[in-house]
Structures are given as C-alpha cells and as structure tokens.
Design a protein around this ligand. Structure first.
Ligand code: URP
Ligand code: ZN
Ligand code: ZN
Length: 474
C-alpha cells in the first residue's frame, strides 16, 4: 500500500511566510508531508511550473440570503460553491440571517440545512443578528456561539437589518463575554436616508444616485462610532468591506492608540469606480445597477489609498463580498421598484470566482504585493481571524489538504460566459488578468480542474468552529 494517497510534485509551495520548492504528500484528506521528494503515492499530480497555494478562503460571501420582497439572490449553495471551486477557493463563509421577529436559532438551523449535501467546497457559517431581543442576547446567541457559529455580523444601515447604538453595544457585550468575533457593516443609516430622500426630491433616481447617497463621510462616521462602541466594551471588532481612505484612517488611528481592531476590503474597492454606476457608453439607463453595492466603489484616489492600506498592513483580509443578483431579472437588479429609484436596487455584486485572479493580477503580477502577502490576504488570515486555523489556511503537516495549483503566468480575460455563478453578468467583464487557478483540491479531492468543476456537490462539509480567545483578555 502506498504511503500517500496523493502526491503533488514539482511545484513551488507558497505560504504566508515561505516560498519553497517542495512536493506535498496527502493522506486521509490531510497534508502528511512537505518534502523535497514524495515518491510513494497512489496518485501523482504534476505541479511543474505551478504555484501550490493554500486553497482560497472567502470569509464573507452571501448565498441564498433573504433579500426583501420579490428579490431572489442568484446563487444557492450548489452554484455559489461551484463558482468558488472554479475560482480556486476551498472554503467559503456565508451568513445565516435572522429576519426581524424570528428566532436566530431557527434561522441558523434552516440555513445550515440548505447547505448540507449541496456544497462543492467547505463552508463555515456566520450569523447576522438583526433583532437582538433579550432571548437572542441571553440564550440564542450564546448557545449558537458555543455550537460552532463563532462569528456574527451586525449592520448600521439597511431598513431590515439596522441596529441602533444601544443594540450594538448590547451585542458587543455578548461577544465580549463569549469570545465571538463581530463584524460591523459601518455606514450610517440616518445619513443615508437623508441623502436618499434629498436625491429623490431632486429627481436623481438613477443607479448613480446610490453612490451619491453614501459618500465616504457616511462610512467614516459609522466606522468611528462602531470603533468607539467597541472601545467602551473592550472588544476587538472587524470593520468589514472598507471602501476608501476616510474609513481606513479611522482604523489606522485606532491601532495607533494601541487598540486591537481588524479591517478587511474587497477587489471592488481596488479596481472598480463609482463612475461605472453612471452606465456611460450604454444606452441602457439601468446599466449602472450592475455595480450597485454597499459601500459603493469610489474613485482612483481611494483605490490607491486602499492598495497602500494593503501594503502597510491596515487590511488583513481581502474577500469577495459575493452578493449575486441577476441583472436582467425582475427578481434582481431590474425589479420594478428599482427602476423608480436607486434605493430599491438590490445591493451587491458577484465576485466569488474572480476575487483571486483579480487580486493576484493587480497585486502580485503588477508588483504591488508579494506572493506571501497574497496568501495571507486570501487564505491564512481568514482562517486565523474566523477560527479555522490550524485546520485550514496554510500548507504543512496536519492541515486539511486544501490546495490550489496556480499558474502565475497564464493570461486570461474575465468573461461571464466562462464563469460558474448564478448571476448573468460580472462587473469585471473584459478585465485582463495574469495568473489563474488551474486546479482546486478540497481535503485531498480534486474539485475543479482546467476551468471545469469535477467534484460532486456534497463533498463540501459544513464546519463548526470553536472560539479562539487568543489575544482577548478573559
Ligand atoms: O452591497 C453589498 N455589499 N451587499 C451585501 C451585503 C453586505 O452589506 O455585505
Ligand atoms: Zn455589509
Ligand atoms: Zn457582505
């Protein structure tokens, strides 16, 4: 009997800290050895000329999430994880959303049931707390955290999700006492409502109004408020999807005061521009809706600021914020109310399959970030921040054999027709990239190869986590 189930031979193994020429030996779905030469294996994959990376972890995606009356998200677990696999990802982290007035436990149980048996890659589930009743704060949330849902998101905007300051402080206190990780969507609800109504009164109802209704200062103010609440409660929160310089400066200011805070960003804030919401060059007045997400993409100056934040370590994670709605669909971007005002256009863009190529190409291939930093930003730090480490997120004995074979020299152009998600467009249509995933391996099984998804839905597991209290005072 061979010593290994699988050997990946002749590649360059990259982790967040090292780049070495080595073979990788897999046994029982886990990495068993990283060595000069692994000979005795049942199956051999030739990785000559390729990078062997920890599989991408996309720690913030939206899959089959309730999105309001008449609106349907474009991906279920099968299609989202199919696209994730094709894009070089081995684990994704979507959100079980508590509808107002409903039980958080029931929402989590029902959401998990949608995932089981349908996923191509592994899944770990965050919660969204929209209704922090005494029962949720006192019983449901602590019970779910203990059961393995160790992270949750709260919103400072959106009619159906927004928490007021007192509620935010109360959920922060639960996270403080349980060790859960809290993500904050920091945009100010009242300021956005004020701007939205003002724009509508002035007749500015087209998709570009979305960008005008959420200027940078709306994000900066909410970021500052969230950070202040976190300081009061002594909780190291995560500021998610930071879009521009002003919010980023709040994070840097907090760190300079010696406080722990985490910050994440997305490819859209590195590569897309608010101008796209004007739909220039198209005779379709709604074309800009394809870029409507929150916070909105900003301008070239802010893109440069976010790149510098990546280089200086302000950001630890780049995820996709995949939130797919079909464009040419009454249940998506072109719902009838959306045509009357930007405020009804569902927020979110697809990106689960394009995150790694866009970041590699614009980051590594263009010399802005190192290969090791790429791995940290796309896999290792996700695992560390959200309780998947040391099971996932790196390459070494004992880690799950979650690997992506990557061709750093392959030139491709992103095209919707080649993608695997349920959306009918990509914001990166025609975007040229250098660097491409050629094989994705989840726990030792090949799930995607040469642009085809070859794994069975159901191979992906739903993973429970335990609270990592490292770095947090008791
Ligand atoms: O526009 C976005 N990002 N929609 C997804 C929900 C969220 O706030 O992350
Ligand atoms: Zn958000
Ligand atoms: Zn999101």
């Amino acid at each position: 009997m061979p010593a290994f189930d699988l050997a990946i031979r002749g590649g360059t193994v990259v982790t967040a800290t090292d780049t070495i020429r080595a073979d990788v030996g897999v046994r029982g779905g886990r990495i068993a050895a990283v060595a000069d030469r692994i000979a005795d294996a049942a199956r051999v994959i030739d990785a000559g000329g390729l990078l062997v990376l920890p599989g991408g972890i996309d720690s913030h995606v939206h899959i089959a999430q309730p999105s309001g009356p008449g609106i349907v998200m474009a991906d279920d677990f099968a299609s989202a994880t199919r696209a994730a696999a094709a894009g070089g990802n081995t684990c994704v982290m979507p959100f079980a959303l508590q509808p107002r007035g409903a039980s958080l436990c029931e929402a989590a149980t029902a959401y998990r049931a949608q995932a089981v048996g349908r996923c191509h890659v592994d899944v770990a589930i965050h919660l969204i707390v929209s209704d922090p009743t005494p029962a949720v704060l006192g019983q449901e949330l602590p019970a779910l955290i203990a059961a393995g849902y160790t992270s949750f998101k709260v919103f400072m905007t959106y009619d159906d999700l927004v928490l007021n300051d007192r509620q935010i402080l109360d959920v922060f206190a639960v996270a403080r006492s349980t060790g859960a990780r809290v993500m904050v969507h920091a945009e100010g609800y009242d300021a956005i409502r004020h701007m939205t109504e003002r724009l509508e009164r002035a007749g500015q109802t087209s998709p570009y109004g979305h960008a005008l209704s959420r200027p940078e200062l709306v994000e900066r103010e909410a970021t500052h408020r969230a950070i202040s609440h976190a300081e009061l409660v002594d909780l190291p929160i995560v500021i998610v999807h930071v879009s521009g310089r002003e919010a980023m400066e709040q994070v840097a200011w907090t760190r300079a005061r010696g406080l722990e805070i985490h910050a994440e960003t997305c490819p859209q804030y590195l590569t897309l521009n608010a101008e796209a919401m004007k739909g220039l060059g198209s005779d379709d007045a709604m074309a800009g809706a394809k870029y409507v997400c929150s916070p909105p993409p900003r301008d070239a100056g802010n893109q440069a600021a976010i790149w510098s934040g990546l280089q200086r370590g302000v950001f630890e994670i780049v995820y996709s914020d995949h939130c797919p709605f079909r464009y040419a669909d009454e249940a998506g971007k072109l719902n009838p109310r959306g045509r009357t005002s930007f405020r009804w256009i569902p927020n979110g863009i697809p990106g689960i399959e394009t995150r790694l190529p866009v970041l590699f190409s614009e980051g590594v291939s263009k010399g802005r970030i190192s290969l090791n930093r790429f791995v940290a930003l796309t896999a290792t730090n996700h695992a560390k921040l959200y309780g998947l480490y040391p099971r996932k997120g790196s390459i070494g004995p004992g880690f799950d054999a979650d690997l992506t074979l990557w061709d750093p020299n392959r030139c491709e152009t992103i095209r919707q027709e080649n993608l695997h998600h349920g959306a009918d467009y990509t914001p990166w249509e025609g975007f040229p990239v250098t660097g491409w995933p050629v094989m994705t391996i989840v726990r030792g099984e090949v799930v995607a190869e040469a642009g085809r998804v070859v794994g069975e839905p159901g191979w992906g597991q739903v993973i429970d986590r335990t609270v990592d209290r490292g770095g947090m005072a008791a």
